[in-house]
Design a binder for this molecule. Structure first.
Ligand SMILES: C[S@@+](CC[C@H](N)C(=O)[O-])C[C@H]1O[C@@H](n2cnc3c(N)ncnc32)[C@H](O)[C@@H]1O
Length: 426
């Protein structure tokens, strides 16, 4: 089993005990508004949970097969609704220029600017103000993060900047009311992060026929349903029901009274969860660490010199590079197979009638594969040490590392544990 690491434990000490939010006026208003507008939610109330923050708690036992929640079309903020009716009056060229995410951001910003007068006010006023995705890191922090993280951060910032300039121009041109909205970059950042962490995906149905997006998926906001947190240990069935005209989630997992009710956002590793949603799980059954092909070839060519093109041809033919990973159980099949191919001497490779699923190696070559594997894993561990040391250089005066940076360190520590466990298998 992987250990959670020092930073994780420090953080847990600070966590509070479970606290119900159901008596709070703003939550009473939100749940009443949802109910009046046709949302069905099964035996759940809002609460703050240690470690996961705000979510929904089972008020009675929930059984496998139960409908957890359904949100009627009327409360689904879809691309179709936004393009067809909400923005009635926008000339079609303007509407077509926006991506679905930009449209949803515009919706949140316009409705938020209306305050209590907005039909959506009970919902919008309860959206979080702060996020932990890469885009929310301060620029000097991003500069201290590992490449994979910084790249996502800058790319998210670029998308938000683009969204900001499109929306600013739109608000100025649209009408006198929107002209007076003082749009800030932070407003757009808030809306963009809210949309990206809370949207549900619908196939086909919500796709506007003139959509600029090429795929068949569309994201939509689904009030109340988006209060459910993620766990990799639960199973759900989710989607738009044509018969019920609602987006619904059925659970395949049982919850006892007082448990937090979770749904499943997908088979995501903690790296993906941090980048896309701004959180990580203490134990994630989908944790694995990507191994960069360049590192693999570097280690092999240190032993062998140049690698024959024929070997790369075989690796490419079977698309092995796409799944170079390690997990606590060792290397992925693709990486191990690639190393076996790379360990063969060139004449053998040409002579061999190739069975990729059953590569027979000599004892000498088996040993070489094991040496390559250890060297690759050891270099990854060295890189993690350097990455973590660089993050610690970014302490904010006497306050130490920000919470966001601490969470990133936790992720790196977890990944290091995964790599160390893989190394221990040799
Ligand atoms: C759809 S919202 C879920 C409700 C959210 N917690 C709230 O208070 O509005 C998704 C966000 O919830 C948080 N979240 C979801 N699952 C989590 C978990 N298992 N642990 C910690 N945070 C989680 C993350 O911030 C994520 O971006």
């Amino acid at each position: 089993m992987q250990t959670k690491g020092r930073t994780w434990r420090k953080r847990q000490i600070k966590s509070v005990k479970t606290t119900s939010l159901a008596h709070k006026q703003e939550y009473i208003a939100l749940f009443q508004w949802a109910k009046q507008n046709g949302v069905f939610f099964h035996k759940m109330k809002p609460a703050i949970f240690p470690g996961t923050g705000r979510g929904l708690m089972a008020t009675k036992q929930i059984n496998a097969g139960d409908l957890l929640i359904s949100v009627p079309s009327k409360l689904l903020v879809t691309e179709e609704v936004l393009r067809n009716s909400y923005f009635d009056g926008i000339n079609s060229t303007k509407a077509l220029e926006f991506s679905t995410i930009e449209l949803l951001c515009l919706f949140l910003i316009l409705e938020r600017s209306l305050g209590k007068q907005s039909f959506w006010s009970a919902y919008i006023s309860m959206l979080p103000l702060d996020y932990n995705m890469p885009a929310y890191f301060k620029h000097h922090e991003l500069k201290h993060t590992p490449d994979f993280f910084a790249e996502h951060g800058w790319s998210q910032v670029k998308s938000i900047r683009k969204c900001y300039s499109s929306l600013k121009k739109f608000l100025l041109d649209f009408n006198d009311k929107t002209k007076s909205i003082q749009l800030t970059f932070d407003d757009v950042c808030w809306a963009w992060n809210a949309v990206n962490t809370r949207c549900v995906y619908m196939i086909g149905k919500a796709r506007f026929k003139h959509s600029p997006q090429k795929d068949n998926m569309s994201c939509s906001l689904a009030p109340l349903l988006d209060l459910l947190n993620h766990s990799c240990n639960v199973q759900v069935t989710a989607g738009f029901s044509e018969t019920g005209k609602c987006y619904q989630i059925l659970t395949k997992t049982k919850f006892k009274k007082g448990d937090q009710v979770f749904i499943n956002y997908g088979p995501h590793s903690n790296r993906k969860l941090l980048i896309e949603y701004g959180f990580i799980l203490p134990y994630n059954c989908h944790n694995s660490v990507k191994v960069h092909p360049t590192l693999v070839y570097e280690v092999v060519s240190n032993h062998y010199g140049d690698i024959a093109k024929r070997k790369f041809d075989v690796i490419t033919k079977y698309c092995l590079e796409d799944t170079y990973y390690c997990s606590p159980n060792g290397l992925s099949w693709s990486l191990e197979t690639a190393l076996k191919i790379l360990s063969l001497n060139d004449t053998k490779l040409v002579q061999k009638s190739f069975h990729i699923n059953n590569l027979q190696l000599s004892t000498e070559n088996e040993h070489l594969v094991s040496e390559f594997s250890k060297e690759i894993l050891k270099s990854i561990l060295v890189k993690y040490d350097k990455d973590i040391a660089r993050i610690w250089l970014c302490t904010d005066g006497k306050d130490g590392l920000s919470e966001r940076m601490q969470q990133l360190v936790m992720l790196l520590e977890q990944e290091m544990n995964t790599v160390q466990s893989a190394l221990n298998t040799f």
